[in-house]
Design a binder for this molecule. Structure first.
Ligand code: SAH
Length: 341
């Protein structure tokens, strides 16, 4: 069996582990107190554990850390490049909002979804991140800035629903009040639209926000820029979103990256209105972060504003995402891709 990492288990998984070694289930809570409250990862120091159990934990778990190898920052953003144990790299971004600090974490090394505008997809998926590699992105950033992270978005490198089990375990760890205690409403997972996983996700007893990367207002255009649409079509995705809303009674975020002359004309706005009018969603218009490798250009500001106005007049809840860190190659796989080339 591959050795697990102490930061890879939710409290429920620790309970199962402890019953498997003949220990009491409440030990799971004590482990969480040592790790996430006292920040003591070496089980030798866990004074309320029997010697024998401490030794067993040492045999069964590793507690190494990933490393920060590069930082870039501007006023509101700090970008981190992490080196994993096997020398792969991933990145995370810290953002300062008036309501607190949020971190955008990566879920995979590379990505296989192949969205044509996205830098992360240029480098194919090497592997999934383990749960601890996601937890550590947050722990290391908290340590670096000596401040608490109050919200997390899983919108860095990778497709979280292509690494579903590890991502859900990660969400359980950070959401746990004995873990990082980040409220469910402050956690958002973003997917390009892997329908079977969206269905699984809606049945979890977690109040996590769901964001869908839509980026196109009709099926043909979506298939052109997002290969996943050839597997799960726009109409299937839309009915899954309806099902999600009916089942959870939660609002869904629709992400729409504004690509100049690709998806940003008035016609596209009208199509979006007919898709979403009266539904419990809000559309987040994302100014495109241009990269040196990819042909797309960002939509000009006035075009974004016009698009916004049209949606608003059409009765759609809409916001424009604040631009963070475009000066520091902040968005989406750019730091890693400089490193990997
Ligand atoms: N794979 C997931 C999450 C990672 S990407 C998903 O597809 O949702 C997070 C968001 O950033 C997605 O909406 C993605 O389409 C968008 N994105 C990718 N490249 C971008 C760029 N260069 N500028 C702005 N947004 C980008």
């Amino acid at each position: 069996m591959m050795m697990k990492h102490l930061l890879s288990l939710s409290r429920d998984s620790f309970k199962k582990y402890f019953s498997s070694i003949g220990e009491k289930e409440f030990k799971a809570t004590q482990v969480f107190e040592w790790i996430y409250d006292k920040k003591v990862l070496d089980s030798s120091n866990w004074s309320n554990f029997k010697n024998e159990t401490r030794e067993q934990i040492k045999k069964d778990f590793k507690n190494n850390m990933i490393k920060i190898v590069k930082k870039e920052e501007d006023d509101l953003t700090k970008k981190y490049l992490f080196k994993l144990e096997d020398n792969n790299h991933v990145e995370a971004v810290l953002m300062r909002h008036d309501y607190g600090l949020s971190v955008c974490v990566s879920s995979q090394v590379g990505c296989n979804m192949g969205c044509s505008f996205c830098e992360s997809g240029r480098l194919k998926k090497v592997r999934n991140l383990e749960t601890y590699e996601m937890v550590e992105q947050i722990l290391l950033i908290e340590k670096d800035v000596s401040e608490r992270i109050s919200s997390v978005v899983i919108m860095g490198i990778g497709e979280p629903f292509d690494n579903y089990d590890n991502v859900i375990e990660f969400i359980k760890v950070i959401n746990d009040d004995k873990g990082l205690a980040i409220g469910a409403r402050h956690i958002t997972v973003s997917t390009c639209g892997i329908i079977p996983k969206i269905k699984e996700f809606m049945n979890l007893p977690l109040q996590i926000n769901l964001a869908i990367s839509l980026h196109a207002s009709n099926n043909e255009l979506r298939s052109k820029i997002m290969p996943i649409n050839k597997v799960y079509s726009l109409s299937q995705l839309l009915s899954t979103i309806d099902e999600y809303i009916a089942h959870t009674n939660r609002r869904v975020t629709i992400e729409y990256v504004m690509l100049n002359n690709v998806n940003d004309n008035e016609n596209n706005a009208e199509e979006l209105i007919s898709l979403f009018k009266g539904k419990n969603v809000y559309i987040n218009l994302i100014p495109y972060n241009e990269t040196s490798h990819i042909i797309y250009k960002k939509s000009p500001k006035d075009k974004i504003m016009k698009f916004y106005d049209t949606l608003k007049k059409g009765g759609i809840n809409v916001t424009i995402r604040k631009e963070f860190g475009s000066k520091i190659s902040a968005a989406c796989g750019q730091l890693r891709s400089k490193e990997v080339k």
